[in-house]
Design a protein around this ligand. Structure first.
Ligand SMILES: Cc1cc2nc3c(=O)[nH]c(=O)nc-3n(C[C@H](O)[C@H](O)[C@H](O)COP(=O)(O)O)c2cc1C
Ligand code: SF4
Length: 441
C-alpha cells in the first residue's frame, strides 16, 4: 500500500486511532443560541468521518457560558447537552472514526459577546488587543469554578460515549491567557514565573483526572511559540512564551496525566502564522467583519482599517508576518519535533498539511506521530481516501486563501475559494450541503 506509515494505527495510552490523519478543530455557527446542538453539526462531522480520518477533534466546545466566543456553538456546560453529543459520537463512530471533544473557554478572546455575559473573564483585566473585547480579571474563587467546569465537561464527554477530550490550551484562549508571559499580568499564585502561570492548566488536568479516572483519553493543544509580537505595528506586545517554556509546560502536563500533545502556534487567533494564509482576503473580511462592529473597543476602527488603501497596508503587514506562502505546509513541524523529543506521549502537529509524502516523511522522521488538518479537509473532505488511492495531493487542493476563516463569523463554514469550483452556484451548493439532511423532516 502507498503511504503505509500514514495508515498505521496510532496507540495512545487510552485510545487507538486507525490512522495518522486527524480532523483538526474547526468551529462553525451551526447550533442554537442557547448552546444546544443541531443536526447541521452532526452532518458536518459526518462528512469528515466518511472521508476517512482516523479521529475528529471537535470544534471549540465551551465548558461555561461565559467562555463562549460566539453564539450558536454547541456547548458542554450542562448535563442536558449529553444526549446531543452522544448522537454526534454515534454518527461518527458508524464510520470507524473516533471523536475527541475540545473543552474550551475563550476568556477575553471572542468574536461576538452574546447577551448573557457582555464581559469575558481572564487572567488579566486588559482587553484583547486585536478586537478590544473587554474582560474582568478572574478571582481565585472564579478560577476554581472554571477548573471545576472543565472537569464537569470531561465527565459529560465521557458519559456521552466520546473517545476523549482535548484542552484548548492554544491560540490565545483562556488557558493561553494564563500561560502566556505576554498576557498574564497577575501578582498572585497564578501569575509571574512559569510555574505559577501553568498552575491554572495543571489544576484543570488534575481535576479532570480526579473526575474521569486515568483511563479516558486527555490531550492538550498548545501554542509552542506565541509570536505575540507578530503584528508589532499594532502594538500587540512582547513576544510571549518561548519554545523552551512551552516544552517545560508539556513535561508538567504529562506528569499530571495528559496522554498526548497537539502542537499549534500563536498567542491570539487568527494569527498571521495560524492558520497561515497565502494572502489576507481583505475583501471577504470587510464583508463579514461588520457583524462584529459593536462587539469590541477596536472593532469599528478595524472595520475602517480593512477598507481601501489602509486595507492594503493591513494586508501587507499580515502577509509579511505570515511568511512565504510556500512554507505553510508543516510550518509547526520544528516545534513538534522539539516537543516530541522532550516528552513520552504521542505528538500531533497542525499547520498546512495536505500532501501525503510530506506527512509520511514527517512521521517517519519522528517529527510527530500524527497530523491534524483543518482547511485542507474543509476543501477536500475525502483527503484520506485520496491518499489511500496512492495520490499524493487532491486535484483541487486547499489554496490557503483563508476565505473559510473570514466568512465563519457571519456565514456557514465551508470552502469559499470560488476558483476551486466550476462556478459560484457549485460553491454555494457545497457550502449549503451541511444542512442536508435538515433538522426537521
Ligand atoms: C474556520 C476555522 C475554524 C477554526 N476553529 C478552531 C477551533 O475551534 N479550535 C482550534 O483549536 N482551532 C481552530 N482552528 C485552527 C485549526 O484547527 C488548525 O489548527 C489551523 O487552521 C491550522 O491547520 P490547517 O492549516 O490544516 O488549517 C480553526 C481554523 C479554521 C480555518
Ligand atoms: S476557503 Fe477553501 S481553499 Fe481557501 S483556505 Fe478555506 S478551505 Fe482552503
Amino acid at each position: 500500500m502507498a503511504f503505509e506509515t500514514i495508515f498505521q494505527p496510532l496507540a495512545f495510552k487510552n485510545l487507538t486511532v486507525k490512522n495518522r490523519l486527524f480532523r483538526s478543530n474547526v468551529s462553525g455557527r451551526f447550533d442554537n443560541y442557547d448552546g444546544s446542538g443541531n443536526q447541521a453539526r452532526i452532518n458536518w462531522e459526518t462528512k469528515f468521518a466518511k472521508g476517512g480520518v482516523g479521529a475528529i477533534i471537535s470544534s471549540f466546545v465551551p465548558v461555561h457560558l461565559r467562555g463562549r466566543i460566539v453564539p450558536n456553538y454547541a456547548m458542554i456546560d450542562h448535563d442536558r447537552h449529553i444526549p446531543f453529543w452522544r448522537a454526534v459520537g454515534k454518527a461518527v463512530h458508524e464510520h470507524d472514526c473516533k471523536f475527541i471533544m475540545q473543552l474550551s473557554h475563550g476568556g477575553r478572546q471572542r468574536d461576538i459577546n452574546g447577551i448573557e455575559y457582555p464581559k469575558g473573564l481572564s487572567s488579566t483585566s486588559k482587553s484583547d488587543p486585536l478586537h478590544g473585547f473587554e474582560c474582568e480579571r478572574a478571582t481565585p474563587a472564579q478560577i476554581a469554578e472554571i477548573v471545576a467546569a472543565f472537569a464537569e465537561g470531561a465527565r459529560r464527554a465521557r458519559e456521552a460515549g466520546l473517545d476523549g477530550v482535548e484542552l484548548h490550551g492554544a491560540n490565545g484562549y483562556l488557558i493561553t491567557q494564563f500561560l502566556s508571559s505576554a498576557i498574564n499580568d497577575r501578582k498572585d499564585d497564578y501569575g509571574g514565573p512559569l510555574a505559577n502561570r501553568a498552575r491554572f492548566v495543571r489544576e484543570i488536568v488534575r481535576a479532570i483526572r480526579a473526575k474521569v479516572g486515568q483511563d479516558f483519553h486527555l490531550q492538550m493543544k498548545i501554542s509552542a511559540q506565541e509570536f505575540n509580537d507578530a503584528l508589532s505595528p499594532l502594538q500587540i506586545g512582547p513576544s510571549g512564551n518561548t519554545l523552551e517554556e512551552s516544552i517545560q509546560v508539556c513535561k508538567w502536563l504529562v506528569e499530571d496525566g495528559v496522554d498526548a500533545l497537539h502542537v499549534s502556534t500563536g498567542s491570539f487567533f487568527p494569527h498571521p502564522r495560524n492558520p497561515a494564509g497565502s494572502d489576507l482576503p481583505v475583501e471577504d473580511l470587510v464583508k463579514s467583519y461588520d457583524s462584529m462592529i459593536s462587539s469590541g473597543e477596536r472593532t469599528f476602527a478595524n472595520f475602517l482599517l480593512f477598507h481601501g488603501a489602509s486595507g492594503l497596508l493591513a494586508r501587507r503587514s499580515w502577509n509579511d508576518a505570515a511568511g512565504p506562502a510556500d512554507e505553510i505546509e508543516g510550518k509547526n513541524l520544528p516545534d513538534a519535533r522539539a516537543v516530541k523529543a522532550a516528552v513520552t506521549v504521542p505528538v500531533i502537529c497542525t499547520g498546512g498539511f495536505q500532501t501525503a509524502s510530506v506527512i509520511e516523511r514527517a512521521i517517519k522522521a519522528h517529527d510527530c506521530d500524527a497530523v491534524s488538518m483543518a482547511r485542507p479537509l474543509i476543501a477536500n473532505n475525502d483527503l484520506p481516501q485520496i491518499f489511500k488511492r496512492g495520490e499524493d495531493r487532491a486535484k483541487e487542493p486547499c489554496s490557503y486563501c483563508n476565505r473559510c476563516l473570514v466568512n465563519v463569523v457571519e456565514n456557514p463554514l465551508g470552502c469559499y475559494d470560488q476558483s476551486r469550483y466550476p462556478n459560484r452556484e457549485a460553491m454555494v451548493a457545497q457550502i449549503m450541503s451541511v444542512f442536508d439532511p435538515p433538522a426537521f423532516r
